[in-house]
Design a protein around this ligand. Structure first.
Ligand code: CTP
Length: 404
């Protein structure tokens, strides 16, 4: 993250969609803000906007081919990829997105994308049926996993005459996204230490079996990212998940509730804010077999014993300067149970999600939560991505601490 947009180098990739005609307007806005702009076009993009227009507004030669026949030179994609502070592909067609996700590099733009070390943003633009096609949806989801920033398409009239989601955002909106990326956001949590738990716990039965649950860890990992962005030093304690810890987050991976407890209790004293988003198993097998249990018996029983409640233990130790936040996943009487947990575990706040909300909870990328504070404030949030929910929880906590 850099502190100012001026002087930043922007590599603009233009692909063959009708929205390409808007790109000269975007280039002008970027140039006016003091940025350097280099444009790369796919061969199909020339059908919708001329290289001449883009060259005039960017005050730079525009590249399309690996070879420049006029000068007999080679356009070096590695150099082009190393040059920018940010790469934005707009409009990004379904074809280009599909090639990006598969590492296909059959033109200069795609080859440069694979060489780029900077953050890459894409603004998909296509007809509404294409935009909601499962192939495009999974391409965008996979690209996001690979670290590409997806700028959602706008909704409105489309070139086909249909109306729906698929429009490339206007140049002003794209400019704002680029400019905001380089503008350091306020960091209200600088100097504070935040502990977050995430994921399930696995309670060992024998060397090959365990009792677990479907928690993906996405909520806790999104919280770690949101709190890091606000300047906090974040320590994440996670059960087994298939996610990469966000940049700058110190992460301890554990298996069982007992291991999670040990990691959390040793960190808690030096923690200012603790958010327990993990789905900790309430029980563990009393005996963990040293060797694989063979299927010699017709039925077997596993005696379970209660795991320590990590959150409640922290609630009992909590000092005045510390903010403790729990999660409650409920199936019925949601508010009542959540408020009861808030009091019983001595929490400052509880984030309640109901199993009855569609697209909410385990495995989903979205969540619908209500945040309830000790002082009685309640915020009912609409269904949002877990990353957005994490940001909302973070700002709720910032406000709560400012008032306290
Ligand atoms: N939690 C914890 N340690 C446990 C169990 C839960 O730290 N052994 C935390 C979770 O991370 C979550 C909160 O407690 O933040 C709520 O967990 P939940 O299992 O819903 O609450 P319980 O108090 O165990 O209530 P119940 O299972 O009866 O719903």
């Amino acid at each position: 993250m850099q502190t100012t947009a001026s002087k930043r180098k922007i590599l603009l990739g233009v692909t063959g969609g009708i929205a390409a005609y808007k790109v000269p307007g975007l280039v002008r806005l970027l140039k006016k803000a003091g940025m350097e702009v280099q444009v790369l076009m796919t061969p199909a993009a020339h059908r919708f906007v001329t290289a001449e227009s883009l060259s005039v507004v960017s005050e730079n030669a525009v590249f399309t081919d690996f070879f420049n026949d006029e000068t007999g030179t080679w356009n070096n994609h590695v150099e082009l990829g190393l040059w920018p502070d940010l790469m934005l592909i707009c409009p990004a067609t379904a074809t280009t997105l599909g090639k990006m996700v598969n590492g296909i590099s059959d033109n200069l733009l795609l080859t440069t994308y694979l060489s780029a070390r900077c953050p890459v943003f894409v603004a998909p633009a296509m007809d509404l049926d294409m935009y909601i096609h499962p192939a495009v949806k999974s391409t965008l989801a996979e690209l996001e996993k690979q670290g590409v920033h997806i700028i959602p398409a706008d909704t409105g009239e489309l070139a086909s005459g249909l109306s729906g989601q698929g429009r490339m955002p206007e140049p002003e909106s794209l400019f704002r996204i680029v400019a905001d990326y380089f503008t350091e956001p306020p960091k209200p949590l600088s100097g504070l230490s935040v502990l977050i738990t995430a994921g399930p716990t696995y309670e060992k039965i024998d060397p090959v079996r365990f009792i677990g649950n479907h928690s993906s860890g996405k909520m806790g990992f999104a919280l770690a990212e949101a709190f890091t962005a606000l300047g906090a030093t974040v320590h994440l304690v996670s059960g087994p998940v298939s996610l990469q810890p966000p940049n700058g987050v110190q992460t301890t991976f554990v298996q069982s509730a007992m291991q999670m407890r040990e990691a959390c209790i040793s960190l808690f004293e030096k923690t200012d804010i603790a958010i327990m988003a993990a789905a900790v198993a309430d029980y563990r097998p009393e005996i963990q077999a040293e060797q694989k249990i063979k299927k010699t018996e017709n039925s077997i029983s596993i005696q379970l014993v209660k795991n320590p409640d990590i959150l409640a233990e922290m609630g009992a130790q909590k000092k005045n300067h510390q903010t403790l936040v729990g999660f409650a996943l409920e199936t019925h009487n949601e508010m009542e149970f959540a408020k009861e947990k808030l009091e019983r575990k001595n929490l400052d706040m509880i984030v309640m999600n109901s199993m009855n909300d569609a697209k909410s909870g385990f495995g989903f990328d979205t969540n619908k939560v209500s945040i309830i504070s000790k002082s009685g404030e309640i915020s009912h949030l609409p269904t949002k991505t877990k990353k957005e929910v994490a940001k909302d929880i973070a700002s709720f906590i910032v406000k709560y601490r400012t008032k306290a």
